[in-house]
Design a protein around this ligand. Structure first.
Ligand SMILES: [Zn+2]
Length: 74
């Protein structure tokens, strides 16, 4: 779906998912297209491939967090 407003004013991105402290997933509130943070730190289209990478990163991040929590409470 194309939105003229997006090409004129830019996308109205809202964070839909926090993967790590640096990487997030976004969705444009106007055209509903999905975006994510690229490894270089810019916003890029959320492709199938990037979605898979994000899932892996998210799992790794969760495990790391759990380990930290375990350390604090042991
Ligand atoms: Zn848009």
């Amino acid at each position: 779906m194309k939105s003229l407003a997006c090409s004129l004013y830019g996308h109205d991105l809202k964070v839909t998912k926090k993967i790590t402290s640096h990487i997030k997933e976004y969705q444009c509130q106007k055209c509903k297209k999905k975006y994510t943070t690229s490894p270089s730190g810019s916003i890029t289209e959320l492709t199938q491939k990037r979605q898979e990478i994000n899932t892996v990163l998210e799992n790794m991040h969760q495990k790391k967090l759990n380990r930290k929590v375990a350390k604090v409470y042991s």
